[in-house]
Design a protein around this ligand. Structure first.
Ligand SMILES: C[S@@+](CC[C@H](N)C(=O)[O-])C[C@H]1O[C@@H](n2cnc3c(N)ncnc32)[C@H](O)[C@@H]1O
Length: 308
């Protein structure tokens, strides 16, 4: 049995402030229990028992700041994770999107927290199956804060085991075999996706048709989740879609009434028209005014808090 290391509130605050100053990531938005666990894991690896000793190490060793930062980003993912959600998305949402979108306009999709790329590539493949000329009709932005995961995503190389949720025809059509165990996403699919190293809170994006934000918010406290939902509300077009992870929900959040819970079991939401919700005071105009003043990721979140 492994015993959890206790991190004192004082040390947690010190560590949080230090990483914020050095890396611009506001750790205080993570759930304290998650944060303490990850710091505890680093301390065990370094054979440390006192959190103040670890706080001191962070002060003198910038590499450790980077390692702690990376350890907070959990990159577990897979192609068509939670298959049922993807079935509903493919059968109900994509036809709806294609029906509504104007011929001249590309549908804009954001996979935020894309990890090693399986989620945006799943989207690219699904849209390619539904469209004759996907390059002219969709654009997928994929962002993550973990540079190692993004490096893998850009290469688009996966093992046969990684592809087990895809049927053989899709593998043949959208991947090229590069050796006995590895497959690479073909360029036509890669070209549909742009990867960016970016924090969800600061990535400049707007006028979206779909946001996939799956299995990321679970690591954040409720206050941070509220702020992120506000950003989603702002950057989605009316009637556009938000897809969360199975353990995530809008229920109980300030913006729950601003989205329709379209497929509750699959965590698929649709942004209501402004006239259908109670967000009159939260107009795009107000929001842009706040965004124009942002300088760091944390400023953006802090401004959201102050604006509440
Ligand atoms: C568990 S993975 C989920 C991957 C994929 N969305 C899925 O559901 O399979 C969570 C990803 O979110 C990223 N992440 C966490 N906080 C983020 C933030 N503030 N901005 C962008 N990405 C973030 C992590 O680096 C990690 O790669």
């Amino acid at each position: 049995m492994t015993l959890d290391i206790l991190i004192s509130d004082k040390d947690l605050k010190e560590i949080t402030e230090f990483v914020h100053k050095k890396r611009g990531l506001n750790l205080s938005y993570f759930k304290p229990a998650f944060l303490s666990r990850r710091i505890g894991v680093r301390m065990k690896i370094l054979n440390m028992t006192s959190s103040s000793q670890y706080a001191q190490l962070l002060n003198s060793d910038l590499d450790e700041v980077g390692t702690l930062y990376d350890s907070l980003s959990i990159n577990v993912t897979k192609f068509y994770r939670d298959k049922k959600v993807w079935q509903v998305f493919g059968n109900k949402i994509i036809p709806d999107l294609l029906k509504d979108s104007k011929i001249s306009e590309k549908s804009r999709i954001w996979s935020c927290g894309c990890a090693s790329g399986e989620e945006p590539y799943s989207l690219a493949i699904m849209f390619s199956e539904a469209l004759d000329n996907p390059k002219n009709k969709i654009k997928i932005q994929a962002t993550d804060i973990n540079s190692h995961a993004l490096q893998k995503a850009r290469k688009g190389i996966y093992t046969a085991d990684n592809l087990k949720n895809l049927d053989a025809l899709l593998i043949t059509k959208y991947f090229k075999k590069i050796d006995s165990t590895k497959y690479q996403v073909i360029n036509e699919i890669k070209d549909l996706v742009s990867f960016n190293l970016a924090d969800i809170t600061t990535f400049p994006i707007s006028y979206l048709d779909v946001i996939f934000c799956r299995n990321l918010l679970i690591y954040y406290g409720k206050e941070a989740q509220d702020l992120i939902f506000k950003k989603f509300y702002t950057v989605l077009k009316p009637k556009s879609y938000l897809v969360l992870g199975m353990d995530e929900t809008l229920w109980g959040h300030k913006l729950q009434n601003s989205f329709l819970s379209l497929h509750p079991r699959d965590r698929i939401y649709q942004k209501k028209l402004p006239s259908e919700n109670n967000l009159d005071s939260f107009s795009n105009k107000n929001q842009n005014a706040v965004i124009s003043n942002y300088t760091t990721p944390t400023d953006r979140l802090s401004n959201f808090i102050e604006a509440k």
